[in-house]
Design a protein around this ligand. Structure first.
Ligand code: HSE
Length: 369
């Protein structure tokens, strides 16, 4: 199988960034298309030829060391056909095959179990062992083991990208680590679930029913396959736990959160919002207390003076309260397929930026193996 002609600028790019996607569902195919469509821009801006070397789903693994056509393989997936049926000829069902082909970055986008993190966690560890950076779209490995994976990766000069697990295009982890360095975070409060916010906005601003507004989030491809995960507050709880473990206290666990979602919204909250001219938001909150960090997820009424008031529809926001740097709010990035793909690309490019000139992008690590 092969590549359509690459634009001249790409052929002239001096460094190769070879990546593979494990788990080729909506997110994986969106990333393949996103990178393909921006190849020219990436080459011009970064001097990088970002090349898709392999993809896999449950039906098989497709590898072409010279590069797959991201647009073609995304169309294949979007027409509902499994990788195992692709004429390029799947080589096996073992994603570990990617490492033999030599990749710089593995994007893990498998359906993952949030109780075990498997199979994504195992694959992420294997990628580090093989000398590849890891970019996680799966929340399972990030939820259970992000700090541990980061330590393992750092010993080998590698990075773990996790933007897509904690707000995607909304900078959360990277913002806190860079911009809050040296200060202590005493509270994180965040609107992190686009589906819930689309529903709350649609009900309030457009008079939609819960079901109609949920259907809108589903049409936009934002809601999870089982939307109860969104509306019961679990998606917010998972993202909050990943952030809290990475930024405040690694001992925090998802089972320490008892989320209250927006399904069966308490009429008292709706009435309070109406009377006070406030807006309801599903807020995840981690507060540092004397005996540890307390995490909650619950609907709250926010007034016009609150930064979350204008966070409407699929948009998100996070507020960090710190001891030395005051309160900082990041607002914007929305839920959506393009936003996730863009966040994954951002993490891939960041992994190259973190590498020394002699490693990933130039392929030296591969030769060392
Ligand atoms: N279902 C999530 C949301 C998107 O509604 O924000 C993936 O995190």
């Amino acid at each position: 199988m092969r590549l359509t002609a690459r634009p001249v600028a790409v052929r002239e790019a001096v460094k190769l960034l070879r990546y593979a996607i494990a788990g080729f569902g909506n997110v994986g195919s969106a990333l393949a298309r996103h990178v393909h469509d921006r190849a020219d821009r990436i080459a011009r801006s970064y001097g990088l030829d970002v090349r898709l070397i392999g993809v896999c789903d449950r039906s098989g693994v497709l590898i072409d060391p010279s590069g797959l056509d991201g647009s073609e393989i995304a169309r294949w997936r979007e027409s509902g056909r499994p990788i195992g049926d692709h004429p390029g000829g799947p080589s096996s069902c073992e994603p570990e095959e990617f490492f033999a082909a030599g990749i710089d970055v593995l994007v893990v986008s498998l359906p993952t179990d949030r109780h075990t993190g498997m199979p994504g966690l195992k694959l992420a560890r294997a990628a580090i062992g093989a000398g590849a950076h890891v970019v996680l779209a799966d929340k399972g490995p990030a939820l259970l083991a992000l700090p541990e994976l980061e330590r393992e990766a750092a010993t080998r000069g590698l990075t773990i990208g996790a933007s897509a697990t904690v707000g995607s295009s909304l900078p959360t982890l990277s913002f806190a680590r860079r911009e809050l360095a040296g200060a202590e975070i005493v509270e994180i409060a965040a609107v992190l679930n686009g589906t819930s916010n689309v529903i709350l906005t649609g009900m309030r601003a457009e008079g939609k029913s819960f079901r109609e507004a949920l259907a809108e989030a589903q049409r936009a491809g934002i809601a999870e396959p089982d939307p109860s995960y969104d509306v019961e507050g679990w998606d917010t709880a998972v993202k909050l736990t990943i952030l809290t473990r990475a930024l405040m206290d690694e001992r925090c666990r998802l089972d320490g959160v008892n989320p209250v979602g927006i399904d069966g919204l308490d009429p008292e909250i709706v009435e309070r919002a109406r009377v006070t001219k406030g807006r309801v938001r599903l807020v995840g909150r981690s507060i540092r207390e004397d005996d540890g960090v307390r995490m909650t997820v619950a609907p709250e009424v926010v007034g016009a003076e609150d930064a979350f008031y204008l966070v409407e529809g699929p948009r998100k926001a996070v507020r960090f309260r710190t001891d030395d740097l005051g309160d900082l709010v990041v607002s914007g990035g929305a839920s959506g397929r393009r936003d996730v793909a863009a966040a994954l690309l951002r993490d891939m490019l960041a992994s190259v930026a973190c590498s020394s000139p002699s490693n990933a992008a130039t392929g030296d690590r591969r030769r060392d193996r």
